[in-house]
Design a protein around this ligand. Structure first.
Ligand code: UDP
Ligand code: MG
Length: 319
């Protein structure tokens, strides 16, 4: 029997783009149903991430129009990762496979067909990978490339050029539900669950309407979050740096003492200032990195919920 698919779509202030892309998702689902790749019970699930515009109203009216559309809403804005997680956790017991995708039409909707085919031939996770970034600005392209390279260098395992467009089976999601961390970086966490995976490639397009919610500062925050929630390599680097600096200091000490006994003690103002500046800045950076981890621990020990759903469109159906 064909698997039941839930397409999980996070939406935050997307009133401009949602009316354009919602019918495209439906069309794609129908195409897959016509090929008997997915079952007739498959759904398109919108996750409203506490939008401040009319996004939730649009989702509710879509759901009222057509039973294939369903929606849930978070009680406030908690960010893209939390919204995707909410959608995935909500769907895992109702379907066989999920595909998460942004609602702005940037990711090629038609490759869902290939994703499902990959699933049918045995992959439990299928990553959507951007084959090129021609439509992104030079700046976005370069910063995004830097993001993947740096994250990898720091020991977080992520698939290059893969964001949050992926197929994950319910089987994997049930295991993933045991990953209890509140610091979410889904594209780094899903590979940790394991299971057979594969990739499909597509060209990323421009946003159909509206604006990106990921300017440079949010990208940097995501990179830092990703690295510090997946890897302790930065802490190890600090230790290595400590050892290197100690060796240099010992050499410096020997040099200073020798020069003292040889009688060359000149007023070394510049060298002292330089050493203080260098060492204090290195120490500050290191304390900052350690602080980042302490912050993560602080957030984890509180065990706050990772998402809170305040309303569901099917609530209305049940009444
Ligand atoms: N998004 C969200 N919560 C947020 C920010 C973004 O659910 O706080 C959603 C947004 O509606 C979109 C997806 O996450 O579907 C990706 O956002 P965006 O397209 O702005 O990012 P970009 O593609 O520019 O990286
Ligand atoms: Mg986008």
């Amino acid at each position: 029997m064909a698997p039941t698919l839930y397409i999980v779509i996070p939406c935050y202030n997307e009133e401009k783009v949602l009316p354009i892309t919602a019918p495209l998702f439906l069309e794609q689902l129908k195409t897959m149903q016509a090929k008997a790749l997915v079952s007739e019970n498959s759904k398109i699930m919108f996750v409203n991430d506490g939008s401040k515009d009319s996004t939730w109203q649009i989702i509710k009216s879509l759901a009222a129009e057509n039973k294939t559309y369903i929606g849930i809403t978070q009680s406030r804005n908690r960010g893209h990762q939390s919204a995707v997680l909410a959608g995935l956790m909500e769907s895992k017991d109702k379907c066989d496979i999920t595909i998460s995708i942004d609602c702005d039409g940037q990711d090629d909707i038609s490759v869902m067909t290939n994703m499902v085919e990959e699933y049918l031939s045995g992959s439990e996770v299928v990553y959507g990978v951007r084959s090129s970034r021609k439509t992104d600005t030079f700046f976005k392209r370069t910063t995004a490339k830097g993001f993947y390279k740096f994250t990898k260098l720091m020991g977080a395992e992520i698939v290059f050029n893969h964001a949050d467009y992926r197929l994950v089976s319910a089987k994997v999601l049930k295991e993933f539900a045991n990953f209890k961390e509140v610091n979410l970086f889904l594209r780094g966490m899903i590979p940790l669950v394991g299971f057979k995976s594969s990739s499909v490639y597509y060209e990323r397009k421009e946003r159909f309407a509206g604006e990106s919610h990921y300017p440079l500062n949010k990208m940097i925050a995501l990179a830092i979050d990703g690295i510090t929630s997946l890897s302790v390599k930065p802490l190890r680097l600090i230790s290595s740096l400590g050892i290197i600096m100690s060796i240099i200091s010992i050499i410096g000490l020997i040099w200073a003492v020798t020069f003292k006994f040889l009688g060359y003690t000149e007023t070394g103002w510049a060298s002292i200032v330089a050493a203080i500046c260098l060492l204090s800045s290195i120490q500050l950076i290191c304390i900052g990195i350690i602080g980042e981890y302490i912050g993560k621990i602080y957030m984890e020990v509180k065990q706050r919920p990772r998402y809170i759903i305040s309303e569901r469109t099917d609530d209305y159906e049940q009444k």
